[in-house]
Design a protein around this ligand. Structure first.
Ligand code: SOE
Length: 369
């Protein structure tokens, strides 16, 4: 691999993006922030690629994914295409010797995700999945406090991820049909973030679960729907904590409301994605609202804080922190908490366990380790 030397000292990482939608823009901004040079973009059509290249400011448009994956002036490929295409593109990228950032879900089956995780491990390439909520500084703060034992033993987990962009029967998207989105929609799309965050922050794993799902409309925009809008899950972790997860894309007024509330024997911790500057610390005698501040934060939280206290950080900052870690890993670092294809595989395993339980009326289901 050839690298151009820049004043970052890391060498310029040369980026290709597959896809031209909302997530491609978020990836592009983060790649630039990390010092990457956006060399090429490809989408489903040559015209789409030209439009996307202009929108994203890429040096060139490739006529298809194959051409981008074969290009020898690209070090890392960001896959931001519909879910059903992820596994194949990620495999081809790894086989072409590229580092990969693949949007979640990594694959629409756990078997495909396992094969990708194995291929990535074998290749020695960096292969990451954007479970980016790990990159909110107050999430790292919560994780550090739990690891230090400040919360005590975790007893219960009260977690939810609520959105409303699917509330109306006219609301439609490629994720709604399994042919492009995979068999699960709400859980694979946002429940996967919630479970990743829960396991990342607690350092514990969901051991077993019981799930119910609901599809509210049989059709959207005049076409049949075969994915779920709502999922309710009861979970038990390996350490014995009990919890509930409510996932909905039809909760009026909720836009991107991921909430993690963890109750320990000494303290409770609550993080809300829409209020990422805060961590609520609940105690019997007095409770506190901890505000982000690099001066007092745990080092893992402090390293992700790009601006001083009181200068609000948000979603794009978290994404930038993630891509910065991916590019640092490409340059040889081993950043703590980088979500990899192994984590993408874990999400696919949980998704299958949820669908399996729901298909059997909420049967208690062990989640493979
Ligand atoms: C849509 O539900 C979506 O963009 C998800 O796909 C993302 O993963 C989440 O971060 C925000 O919502």
């Amino acid at each position: 691999m050839t690298t151009d030397v820049t004043d970052t000292g890391l060498g310029t990482i040369r980026t290709g993006i597959l896809g031209g939608g909302f997530m491609a823009r978020v990836h592009r901004t983060a790649a630039r922030d990390a010092g990457g040079a956006l060399r090429a973009v490809a989408t489903r059509s040559a015209q789409g690629a030209r439009d996307a290249a202009q929108l994203l400011g890429a040096a060139r448009a490739e006529h298809d994914a194959e051409a981008l994956l074969d290009a020898d002036d690209i070090d890392v490929v960001h896959i931001c295409t519909p879910n059903a295409t992820h596994a194949d593109l990620a495999l081809r990228a790894l086989r072409a010797g590229k580092h990969v950032v693949c949007e979640k879900p990594l694959a629409t089956t756990a078997a495909d995700a396992a094969a990708l995780a194995a291929e990535a491990a074998e290749s020695g390439l960096v292969a990451a999945v954007p479970f980016v909520y790990r990159y909110h500084p107050m999430v790292r703060e919560a994780r550090a406090r739990i690891a230090r034992g400040e919360a005590g033993e975790l007893l219960t987990l009260d977690c939810s991820y609520l959105q409303d962009w699917m509330l109306r029967p006219t609301d439609d998207d490629w994720r709604v049909r399994s042919s492009s989105g995979g068999a699960s929609r709400a859980f694979a799309d946002i429940g996967s973030h919630l479970c990743d965050l829960l396991e990342f922050v607690t350092g514990d794993r969901i051991r077993a679960l019981s799930a119910r799902t609901r599809r509210v409309f049989a059709e959207r925009a005049g076409q049949a729907v075969d994915t779920e809008d709502i999922v309710a899950v009861l979970v038990e972790t390996s350490a014995g904590a009990l919890g509930t997860l409510l996932i909905s894309q039809m909760a009026a007024g909720r836009k991107n409301a991921l909430t993690l509330e963890l109750h320990g024997t000494r303290q409770s911790l609550r993080f809300e994605q829409e209020r990422p500057e805060e961590l609520w610390v609940g105690m019997r005698e007095e409770s506190r609202l901890l505000l982000r501040d690099p001066a007092t934060a745990d080092p893992e939280s402090a390293r992700l804080q790009r601006v001083p206290a009181g200068h609000a950080m948000g979603y794009q900052d978290a994404f930038n922190g993630f891509v910065a870690d991916v590019y640092a890993a490409i340059a040889g670092d081993v950043p703590d908490g980088l979500p990899t294809f192994a984590d993408g595989h874990r999400a696919a395993v949980l998704t299958e366990a949820v669908l399996d339980s729901a298909a059997h009326e909420g049967r208690w289901t062990e989640v493979p380790a």
